[in-house]
Design a protein around this ligand. Structure first.
Ligand code: ZN
Length: 491
């Protein structure tokens, strides 16, 4: 008689499952079914698989550029352009386009994984710029199919218009004066336009998912909030205007919950302006106190940045900009005073969004040289995410499964899932008094976590707080997941 069966027969639940004792197939099925709470680091424009993008390109009459292996707007005239609809029927071309639109061959055309990855966005831009609502629908539905119901999506609102306004106003030494000048030049109109385009984005996603029909797709159950993507490779006055728009948008529209900065951190413009960008974010966000801030920082290795840029990017993001979350953060152990910084992040609760496949493909960091275990050992909160699932040809469950090779235990996966909600920028108080540890529920909910319905003061908390509501839903799913597998309830 197996131990598990014996325990089952004696009525005792099993202790924590051992991921290492599972076969690969068991681990894949297990992490797919595990409720993963949410996803905090997801660029919608990189989240959709190339097959789907090519289908949209064909439907929309777009063209394929045969030399660049990129999408282009119609008309498809000249020797180098063919209708995307024809490309779908050409086996060789179709396969080459899938290579071009993803990192399944990271060294495609002799590029580095880094260059292949960052180049994809331009090659698929002709469709991703037209299909934002469709992309959101794909992401929502895919998360729901993975028993996960919260998404904090990175989207760029009115990016070009904001950048143009910044160039028009120009760079000022006094950031407050520049913010005033942007407001006087019409920043408010861009906020209204961004709110309207968010309405359109959500309406399209809900239409695609059939949310108002008798047969809504599972994705309709996913709660979505947005992070304002701004670009760190534009002239600094354009970046500042995008950030200023972001702060105003977060204030005006509760669906927008925080700031982000994107584009390669190792780009010469990004490196040259890093300190200035951190000061801009710190100024505009009240150091993260009035506007929540999550930043890509320390997504660097010696292959992509000289040592002087490996010393303090994360420290500046935390201490100058006021970031509450760090995207990637893989350079943290390289930073000056790394131990003190890690201790500060553990103490303040600054979470690192961990993107294992992205780091492997772009930065060549694998289980042998990724700092995941170092962060865990220091109590820095972490949560797994995909970064760009479509380009990388992965899903969130894949990242949870992959984490095993980096030393993650079941307890780590469960904490990652809870962290995705506790460290989200959802409004309201949380269900836990000790986010990151999960030993002490809010007194209102003591003894109730994991129950199907909240009662009394706990019901009031869940009713008034977005965060508590999502956490309640997650805990109920987690309790069901563990009960089905005969796992002991232990926090
Ligand atoms: Zn990212």
């Amino acid at each position: 008689m197996g131990l598990a069966l014996a325990l089952l027969l004696t009525g005792q639940a099993r202790a924590e499952p051992d991921l290492g004792a599972m076969t690969a197939g068991e681990r894949i099925a297990f992490t797919k079914a595990l409720p993963k709470g949410g996803e905090l680091h997801n660029h919608i424009s990189g989240a959709v698989f190339p097959e789907t993008l090519l289908g949209w390109a064909a439907e929309d009459g777009l063209c394929v550029h045969l030399a660049d292996l990129a999408l282009a707007p119609p008309p498809c005239e000249g020797e180098l352009l063919r209708p995307a609809a024809e490309a779908v029927g050409d086996e060789e071309l179709y396969s080459a386009l899938l290579d071009s639109f993803s990192t399944r061959k990271p060294s495609f055309r002799d590029r580095s994984g880094h260059d292949q990855f960052f180049g994809v966005f331009g090659r698929i831009g002709a469709t991703t710029s037209q299909r934002a609502g469709d992309m959101l629908a794909v992401v929502m539905d895919d998360l729901a199919h993975q028993n996960t119901f919260y998404l904090e999506a990175m989207v760029t609102p009115q990016g070009r218009a904001a950048a143009a306004l910044g160039l028009q106003v120009g760079l000022r030494a006094d950031l407050g004066e520049m913010q005033d000048a942007l407001e006087a030049a019409g920043l408010g109109d861009l906020v209204s336009a961004a709110v309207a385009s968010t309405d359109a984005l959500e309406a399209r996603a809900r239409q695609v998912l059939g949310c108002e029909t008798p047969a809504p797709r599972p994705g309709c159950q996913v709660t979505v909030r947005y992070l304002v993507q701004t670009s760190r490779v534009l002239p600094p006055e354009a970046t500042f205007a995008q950030l200023a728009l972001g702060v105003a948008l977060v204030e005006a529209d509760p669906r927008w919950v925080g700031l982000q900065m994107v584009a390669p951190e190792d780009h010469p413009v990004a490196l040259a302006n890093y300190r200035l960008h951190m000061e801009m974010v710190g100024h505009l966000s009240g150091q993260g106190r009035t506007t929540p801030v999550a930043l890509h920082a320390g997504e660097l290795t010696f292959n992509y940045a000289p040592p002087e840029h490996m010393r303090d990017h994360i420290a500046q993001a935390v201490r100058v900009a006021g970031a509450r979350r760090i995207g990637h953060g893989v350079a943290l152990p390289h930073e000056t005073g790394a131990e003190a910084l890690a201790a500060e992040m553990a103490e303040k609760g600054v979470l690192v969004e961990i993107n294992l496949t992205s780091n492997a493909v772009i930065l060549e960091l694998g289980p042998h040289n990724h700092p995941y275990g170092w962060l865990i050992a220091r109590g820095v909160p972490t949560s797994f995410s995909t970064d760009d699932a479509g380009l990388l040809r992965i899903d969130l469950s894949h990242e949870y499964e992959r984490a095993h090779a980096y030393g993650a235990t079941y307890g780590d996966l469960k904490r990652s899932a809870r962290n995705a909600l506790a460290f989200s920028f959802l409004a309201g108080e949380g269900l836990w008094s000790d986010p990151g540890r999960y030993q002490r529920p809010d007194p209102a909910c003591r003894g109730q976590i994991g129950a199907p319905e909240p009662r009394g003061a706990c019901a009031d908390l869940v009713a008034r707080s977005d965060k508590a509501r999502e956490q309640w839903r997650h805990e109920a799913l987690l309790a069901a997941f563990e009960a089905q597998r005969g796992l002991a309830r232990r926090r």
